[in-house]
Design a protein around this ligand. Structure first.
Ligand code: WT7
Length: 661
């Protein structure tokens, strides 16, 4: 990036001004009146930062021992929050709700892919967690031991995580779509003593085995002593009598009484490996009190969860941080009722999600832009067949949501009236950092808008000077510690300091995202810094160009990369999927789309080339792997494809190119 940043000729928010003319994007008075997050929170946090966070912790959590100091930043960048306090995260997520008389409230409406369902109340969950905690202890797990969890989206996953939290054994959840190798590396890095898994899971109408991956991951030298296996599919599995134990044998027979001893505020709660780009995966670790405070607070003020009346649904997998913070810890700490759905959105039909919303009268939906764009591709008529009138808040997370997808989401899912909270955060931040408050903020389609109360961010240029000029592109940094922040990279203090606290010196947390302000003071996230391109000295964001492409009526999905170019430094190369019913007319289509981008952003953003493809390479968490597209764009051998959800996609793309498509 050049000092001072460059100005993007025309920004997508000039498109969105048009939208604001036709849409009322301010909160309705009715919504605003009932919202958990009110405007005075911003003032309170600005007036007394530590006092604000102390209040959140004391109001939202139940403490066995109150803390003496809110923040100790003397060992920066290693923070300690709520120093001297003691609490139990599982007690906070379950038992206290039962003690308060809410044992009959539904905690989880579980919907299996095949239509099997289970209703789990807080009283049920208390018994399940206590039994699981007793079983873990009987298997030799004690405070401080690490437990790897490799489970599908079933209620046992929640019980397993909370049982670990209860006894103070940090969990390391590994997404069920990861390979045996990935699991082995993660088990080894955390030196896990126990693995909790299942025989298999239901996906796309079939069973998919899980246990064989665990068998392979613990073969030979390993720290793992026992493997605890949930029976889900009843498919036959290999069995090692010395090592393997059925969940239904040891958990079901265990006592449903278990004392939740209090743990220190800074006791490690979990490790979660980020899908690192290269090298060893980073074990991001979080501790108890600060993380739980931020998860509960944000779920309340951003998702606006009212535990007595709402039915909340976060569609993430518990294998990602979104599932940790916004399926397990946040909503359960708040005593919410939620839906957990096991399967894929198109099994047995493409209206499955909308059917689930209708069935459980879901009122808050939290999902990812990639899902929304997929639904756009499938067609408006599908959600239109279902009653979605119970919805009152929509959320988005994981990547920038382009204005087109935002508007589609609002209109076709949100009945034209639901506030959409576009929430920016990371595995490292533990909880939501930048987002509108749905009862306060005038929304801006495509922008995550502003740091929530208690969080402070800046955008810096290459030299570390804050940028405030509208449209000047720089690096997003966080300027103050926050309760949910990572406490390090497991076993690697140096890497923690270097990755996050050295680019702009020890005062700034470097998030790795490009960003800019608009003239209204909204923050626009522009993708990872390595996705920011520099074309002829002009900085362009992949996200901006993708957004422009997707705003064309014929485009369903787009991915843009910066390919090395002799003349311009980098050139824009786009890959697009056309919407159903739109044919690829070769050069004509390409020209039309290039002109469309020129019209939306400016001629400088015109892609050098556009390839029409049938699929895009995505990781299992739905992130487009631009690295692979860059390989194609630069005519290189395609690199490592092992983290792709579908490894055949790259073959299809290359095939399409060579056949001249
Ligand atoms: C990266 C973090 C946060 C949980 C899921 C992803 C991107 C995330 C947004 C958003 C623009 C977003 C950023 C960030 N990101 N949310 N609302 N708008 N970008 O967690 O895998 O740790 O990824 O996801 O680039 O750095 P993660």
């Amino acid at each position: 990036m050049s000092p001072g940043g460059t100005t993007v000729p025309e920004s997508p928010e000039s498109q969105s001004t048009n939208h604001t003319e036709v849409l009322d994007l301010s909160p309705s008075p009715e919504f605003a009146a009932q919202a958990n997050g009110q405007a005075d929170l911003y003032d309170a946090a600005a007036a007394d930062f530590e006092g604000f966070w102390a209040d959140q912790a004391r109001q939202r959590l139940t403490w066995a021992k109150d803390f003496d100091q809110t923040l100790d930043w003397s060992g920066a960048p290693f923070a300690e929050w709520y120093v001297g306090g003691e609490l139990n995260a599982a007690y906070n997520c379950v038992d206290r709700h039962v003690e308060a008389g809410n044992g009959d409230r539904v905690a989880i409406h579980f919907e299996g892919e095949g239509g099997d369902s289970r209703t789990i109340t807080y009283a049920d969950l208390q018994r399940d967690v206590a039994k699981a905690a007793n079983a873990l202890e009987s298997l030799g797990v004690s405070k401080g031991d690490r437990v790897a969890i490799y489970l599908p989206m079933i209620p046992e996953a929640v019980a397993a995580m909370l049982a670990c939290a209860r006894i103070g054994a940090p969990h390391s959840v590994v997404f069920g779509g990861f390979s045996a190798d990935a699991l082995r590396t993660r088990i080894a890095d955390a030196e896990a003593k126990l693995v909790i898994t299942a025989d298999g899971q239901f996906r796309r109408g079939k069973t998919a085995p899980l246990k064989p991956a665990v068998d392979a991951a613990v073969e030979g030298e390993t720290t793992v002593e026992k493997v605890l296996v949930v029976q889900r599919t009843k498919d036959p599995v290999d069995w090692n009598d010395d090592r393997d134990v059925w969940w239904h044998d040891v958990v079901d027979s265990a006592s449903d009484q278990h004392e939740a001893v209090a743990h220190d505020s800074e006791h490690p709660l979990f490790i979660l490996y980020t899908s690192g780009t290269t090298g060893k995966p980073k074990g991001i670790f979080h501790t108890t009190a600060g993380y739980l405070t931020q998860a509960a607070y944000t779920n309340s003020v951003v998702h606006d969860v009212h535990p007595e009346t709402d039915v909340y649904w976060c569609t993430a997998d518990i294998g990602w941080v979104t599932g940790h913070s916004y399926i397990v810890y946040g909503p359960l700490a708040n005593g919410a009722t939620q839906v957990i759905y096991e399967g894929t959105p198109d099994t047995p039909h493409q209206g499955r999600w909308w059917e689930v919303i209708e069935k459980y009268k879901v009122s808050i939906l939290y999902t990812a832009p990639t899902a929304i764009r997929t639904f756009m591709k499938w067609g408006d008529d599908i959600p239109a067949k279902f009653d979605l009138s119970s919805l009152r808040v929509l959320g988005s997370v994981g990547e920038p949501i382009n204005p087109e997808a935002w508007l589609w989401y609002r209109k076709n899912i949100g009945g034209g009236h639901c506030p959409i909270v576009d929430t920016w955060w990371q595995t490292e931040t533990g909880g939501i950092m930048i987002s509108p408050l749905p009862g306060v903020t005038d929304l801006e389609p495509g922008s995550a808008q502003r740091p929530i109360p208690g969080i402070s961010a800046e955008i810096l240029d290459d030299e570390g000077n804050p940028l405030h000029d509208p449209e000047a592109v720089g690096y997003l940094v966080l300027t103050k510690p926050w309760p949910g922040m990572l406490r390090g990279i497991w076993g690697d203090e140096e890497r923690y300091k270097e990755t996050y606290w050295s680019r702009f010196g020890p005062k700034y947390y470097f998030a790795g995202d490009g960003a800019k302000f608009d003239e209204k003071g909204n923050i626009w996230l522009l993708g990872r810094v390595d996705d920011v391109m520099n074309v002829s000295g002009h900085r362009l964001s992949t996200a901006e160009i993708e957004s422009a492409l997707v705003s064309h009526p014929s485009v369903a999905e787009a991915a843009v990369v910066g390919a090395t170019d002799e003349t311009t430094g980098q050139a824009v190369v786009a890959f697009v999927i056309l919407r159903g019913g739109h044919e690829d007319h070769g050069d004509e289509t390409v020209q039309e789309l290039r002109n469309h981008v020129a019209k939306e952003i400016g001629p400088i953003a015109k892609p050098r080339s556009i390839m029409v493809v049938s699929e895009l390479p995505k990781t299992r968490s739905g992130k487009i792997m631009r690295r692979l597209l860059r390989d194609v764009a630069e005519n290189r051998e395609v690199g490592d494809v092992t983290t792709l959800a579908d490894s055949s996609v790259m073959g299809l793309i290359k095939e399409g190119m060579s056949s001249g498509k």
